[in-house]
Design a protein around this ligand. Sequence first.
Ligand code: FAD
Length: 352
Amino acid sequence: MRVVIVGGGVMGCATALELANRGVRDIVVLERAVPGAEASSAAAGMLAAQIESRDEAELAKFVAARDAYGPWAAALREVTGIDIAHRRSGVLALARTEHDLGRLKRDVDAQVGSGLRAELVDGARARSIEPELCEGLAGAAYYPDDAQVDPPQLLRALVVAASKAGVVIRGGTTVASLVSEGGRCVGVALAPREIMRADAVILAAGSWSSLVPGVPDDMPRVRPVRGQLVLLEERPPRTSTIVFEGHSYVVPRGDGRVICGSTMEDVGHRREVTAAGVHAILGAALAVMPRLGEAEVVRSWCNFRPSVTSATGAPLVGQSPLPGLFLATGHHRNGILLAKVTADAVADAILR
Ligand SMILES: Cc1cc2nc3c(=O)[nH]c(=O)nc-3n(C[C@H](O)[C@H](O)[C@H](O)COP(=O)(O)OP(=O)(O)OC[C@H]3O[C@@H](n4cnc5c(N)ncnc54)[C@H](O)[C@@H]3O)c2cc1C
């Protein structure tokens, strides 16, 4: 069986590895740049299941995805020797006002009711968990089991593991279009005369997925939502817990690197870090952890979350409306979190 995968981000590489581990022998990942060139290496790497989920069903799915990471990280390290820096650093979601704390209390009560670890804490207890926090908080929700990984390391591990398992990863190869015959996707075109035939094609082109010619019209579209990030370095490291306030977050790697994010911008694929973006990100980060003001600014970057324009915004995973075409795209803010469970679901759909 030949499987061709369009896109070498976390979705394409994780799905290729999963299929190879299940015995599929002829798998090709086609990546127009290099594997992990885009959102997947740009992400902050949070596995923030308990804070990102919007309802009970999503919570259960996100928690399962987060909890799959421990064994996955261990398996990747065993095969590749690469440490993806999986760390259960916990998440604190901050409340400045009693009103915000009331909202967090409802979330915490619901999650405790679902059997998850979650705690509503006052400002003093929040600062005992993360001593670098500012004064004057009404309190916080604490989710000790939420975690993080280092996305560039994850992509390196996936590429090495997939290559060792026999997957062919072709960088510098743009898919010009999907090729369909008789109502079935039968491969991809790399150039007008170069067609690569396949028993199954997987669309994993991230925020460019709807731009690949030949994608069925009756599928929800995937659009880019730009996010900017700023990397700081603290010497010596002081912070250790992921902190959220609204859409702003601070992600300490535990080794002095601190990732501050992010923006949510509807600007197409404009690849720009803006003055306003950096101003807002650093303003929010320093407001919750004032001593980050002493940290060195190392670099800033942006990339594009693949976001689905449907009523639910749910990712597109599994069989598409076109036979022969499978989907692993549209994971918006949570593609790192959902990579392993998506790879499992797509492999299930193809090998059914
Ligand atoms: C600023 C920011 C912070 C984030 N933080 C987190 C986080 O903390 N936790 C989390 O879980 N998620 C996070 N995300 C979301 C996560 O990064 C994405 O959901 C995920 O990486 C999407 O993976 P992907 O493989 O679908 O897309 P991508 O990584 O974008 O990969 C798609 C690949 O397809 C290639 N491609 C496109 N078109 C073609 C073509 N025609 N032919 C060949 N190749 C093509 C591209 O070059 C690209 O490499 C963040 C995203 C951003 C932008």
